[in-house]
Design a binder for this molecule. Sequence first.
Ligand SMILES: [Zn+2]
Length: 78
Amino acid sequence: MAMRAELCCYHCGYVAASVREEPGKLPRLIPPATGPGVRVGPNREPRCGRCGGPLYVDDVEAIPDEVAAMPRHAHAAA
Ligand SMILES: [Zn+2]
């Protein structure tokens, strides 16, 4: 079953990224719709792109396989 979660900032509460993890695949960081996103560097923990604060994982959610397998609407209105 796929999982998704949000990376939130301890300092300002900004949701810097979503994490999507699917069985047999590496977790993917998905940038947010607004704001600077997450700040990553080699050999460093991801940090908040807005204030540089530490991030924590929040809102972990399991995605049932039938939902994860649905085709994405690539041209959906933003
Ligand atoms: Zn922050």
